[in-house]
Design a protein around this ligand. Structure first.
Ligand code: AP5
Ligand code: MG
Length: 194
């Protein structure tokens, strides 16, 4: 079992890179942003609550998102493990994830931290806004998402770094080269453990 957190600011490439590396390790990709957008599309109660936060570039409250994630994990068929994309985003979520995995005899093995300069992040998201249809892909919301990332989400990286699980990756450049860099960094780290 291998559980990887793909971490980074809005627009850093979490979704792109999770898609690119999941088949190499045979992992199931969970994007909490995608799960919430699906709830919104289905007009569920969770979706209606989440929309208010997402549109303003704010985090959905911890208790709601933790419940959403627990539900997804409970439904999972056997895989070799999970890529968590966009979760955890607060230290409370990280502690909850650790508990959920521990109950299954598992743990977070590594946190892949995609590092991209702020102005490039904004440029990527605004560029994507032309095709994404995402209500939070506009300048005001993305600036707010970046503020939230800095104040509430960076501590998650520090939480896992203190456990020796942090893998910094330069998220600028050719998408395939970044994927190869992630795969070799992960293989190196995981082999070193055994
Ligand atoms: P979420 O959907 O997770 O959005 P995000 O974190 O803001 O990140 P994005 O999905 O915008 O970017 P990404 O890092 O996946 O980059 P991508 O690969 O798309 O969350 C949305 C909202 O949901 C949150 O704000 C919050 O409200 C709520 N939420 C979700 N999870 C939550 C949680 N755990 N707790 C509370 N609330 C939660 O790439 C971006 C663009 O750049 C794409 O167009 C891509 O093609 C391009 N690109 C990627 N890599 C490169 C490259 N190397 N070079 C050039 N372009 C590139
Ligand atoms: Mg994404």
């Amino acid at each position: 079992m291998l559980n990887i957190v793909v971490f980074g600011a809005p627009g850093s490439g979490k979704g792109t890179q999770s898609d690119a590396i999941k088949s190499h390790f045979n992992l199931f990709h969970i994007s909490t942003g995608d799960v919430l957008r699906q709830e919104i599309a289905l007009d569920t109660e969770t979706g209606r609550i989440a929309k208010k936060y997402i549109d303003g570039g704010q985090l959905v409250p911890d208790d709601i998102i933790i419940e959403v994630l627990a539900h997804v994990l409970d439904k999972l068929d056997h895989q070799d493990g999970v890529i968590f994309d966009g979760f955890p985003r607060t230290v409370v979520q990280a502690e909850a994830l650790d508990r959920m995995l521990e109950k299954r005899g598992q743990r977070v093995d590594a946190l892949v931290d995609l590092q991209v300069p702020e102005e490039l992040l904004v440029e990527r998201v605004l560029n994507r806004s032309k095709v994404s249809g995402r209500s939070d892909d506009n300048e005001e919301a993305v600036r707010q998402r970046l503020e939230v990332y800095k104040s509430r989400t960076i501590p998650v990286m520090e939480y896992y770094r203190a456990m020796g699980k942090h893998i910094p990756i330069n998220g600028v450049g050719d998408i395939n080269e970044i994927s190869q860099g992630i795969i070799s960094a992960l293989e190196q780290k995981l082999n070193r453990k055994v």
